[in-house]
Write a protein that binds this ligand. Structure first.
Ligand SMILES: NC(=O)c1ccc[n+]([C@@H]2O[C@H](COP(=O)([O-])OP(=O)(O)OC[C@H]3O[C@@H](n4cnc5c(N)ncnc54)[C@H](O)[C@@H]3O)[C@@H](O)[C@H]2O)c1
Length: 438
């Protein structure tokens, strides 16, 4: 047994603020409202439905995670956020067309009151979008100040005890880490001088971190994944995590690839293509935004298969990812994978996956879990990058100098062992007891 982490109780209301109140955000908020009204069930949520084994198998201790660690209750959640469009959450969810209109109509009164605050936005970073609800005439530093004020006002008006911020905004253009991202001094100078390498998602992240508020990034753009903000988060005590929700095709990729690797089956090629027709698909139709997404989607195979250790099996893989904007499909994405593997004596085999998924339906429970776990981390005094939340992301953010773990099952073990560690429970190694005690 280790010592239990001192975690403050989840007393009072938790405000969940999302920059970006489109399909994912509105599906998340409407879904939680539906669950609170007894109209729905939290399918896909680890915090709401997951159990955790404690102690020996014979102990038969398998509590629900939400009864094991002190998480905020769904009844204590309050929602808000920012968007460049003025649609309230009912209007946004209706436009997104993800959840049945009959369900949304039952929740209408509760969703209509959630209205977006004016956004920090610049079309340079999301070429395909433009909208009226933006903060104008401010320097980047003033924009960050304005966001901090928005958060304070929201907290006061809604009687919140704590806040969490989760980026549910569009994917920004591809930016490389550069000098302005390297230190807080350089970053703050860049904010004052409106440096072009500082995007809106970085300004939101900076504002949250400066206020000591936990921050997660659900999109693949850099946002808090820069040394300046990594360090700042440790100083202000803000837990952070990201990037890019691991939902459809990549979720399956990080389920299948560890299986091939475990059985030492070889891989020649993996061709992944998608069609989707929501606003996210439209934004990703811009080559610069797609490049950000592509980098995020391509990274997973190498990290899982380790070609440097297994050159004969994984040293020569052709990996391609395509996203095609196809309006008739709306949020109902179709992702095809053609996987060329090989076995004993190099004999080739093929696997075809056709996943008719619903993007925001897969992402919504992740938003809930990430928010509740980040709030837990904050109350437990954990600061900076929370690698144990990699489970939820396509491009897990890790401290500088470490490599990210992409295998879903390793990520899950890390998450559960971190919860056990927090509560002073023994970590589970799956080594039979007979070999080391009794
Ligand atoms: N749905 C999934 O399965 C999934 C998976 C991984 C990542 N993502 C990412 O999550 C994000 C949200 O996806 P979505 O389907 O809800 O997209 P969406 O287009 O429906 O919603 C994004 C919203 O963000 C707003 N926005 C853009 N820039 C903003 C800014 N600077 N400030 C405030 N609002 C801003 C847009 O106006 C839009 O309403 C995207 O970046 C997407 O790539 C989604």
């Amino acid at each position: 047994m280790t010592e239990k982490l001192a975690i403050k109780p989840a007393r009072g209301k938790l405000g969940i603020l999302t920059p970006g109140m489109g399909a994912v955000s509105s599906t998340f908020m409407a879904g939680v409202e539906a669950i609170r009204q007894g109209l729905s069930f939290p399918v896909g949520s680890v915090t709401q439905l997951g159990h955790i084994r404690l102690g020996k198998r014979t102990d038969a201790r398998q509590p629900l995670i939400k009864n094991f660690v002190p998480l905020a209750s769904l009844d204590d959640l309050v929602f808000g956020g920012w968007d460049i469009f003025t649609d309230d959450v009912y209007a946004a969810a209706t436009k997104a067309g993800v959840l049945p209109q009959t369900l949304l109509d039952q929740l209408r009164a509760r969703l209509e009151v959630i209205k977006p605050m004016p956004a920090v936005f610049d079309q340079y970073y999301v070429k395909k979008l433009n909208g009226p609800n933006v903060k104008s005439g401010l320097s980047k530093l003033e924009q960050a100040d304005a966001l901090q004020k928005d958060m304070e006002t929201f907290k006061r008006k809604n009687g919140c005890d704590r806040l969490v911020m989760i980026w549910c905004g569009s994917t920004e253009i591809f930016l490389k880490r550069s000098e302005v991202h390297e230190s807080l001094t350089a970053f703050e100078k860049g904010l004052r001088e409106n440096h072009a390498q500082i995007s809106p998602s970085m300004i939101y992240a900076y504002a949250a971190i400066k206020s000591g508020i936990p921050y997660a990034n659900g999109a693949p753009n850099l946002s808090a994944d820069i040394p300046a903000l990594e360090q700042f988060a440790k100083e202000t005590g803000a837990p952070t995590c990201g990037k890019d929700y691991k939902t459809g095709q990549t979720l399956l990729k990080t389920v299948l690839a560890p299986g091939f690797k475990a059985r030492l089956l070889g891989l020649n090629g993996w061709f992944s293509t998608n069609i989707l027709g929501n606003r996210d698909g439209e934004v990703l139709d811009d080559p610069d935004s797609f490049k950000t997404k592509e980098e995020s989607k391509l990274g997973v195979l190498d990290a899982i298969l380790q070609p440097q250790l297994y050159p004969d099996l994984y040293g020569n893989i052709y990996h391609k990812v395509r996203i095609n904007y196809y309006p008739p499909r709306g949020d109902n994405k179709e992702g095809w994978d053609n996987i060329d593997i090989f076995g004993w004596c190099g004999m080739p085999m093929q696997i075809k996956v056709d996943f008719l998924c619903r993007d925001s339906i897969l992402a919504a429970p992740l938003v809930l879990d990430i928010a509740l776990f980040l709030d837990l981390a904050k109350r437990g005094g954990l600061k900076g990058i929370q690698e144990w939340l990699s489970f939820f992301f396509k491009s897990p953010v890790v401290p500088t100098g470490l490599y990210a773990e992409h295998d879903l099952f390793i990520q899950q073990k890390k998450l559960k062992n971190t919860l056990r560690w927090m509560m002073g429970e023994e970590l589970i190694t799956h080594l039979g007891r007979e070999y080391y005690d009794e």
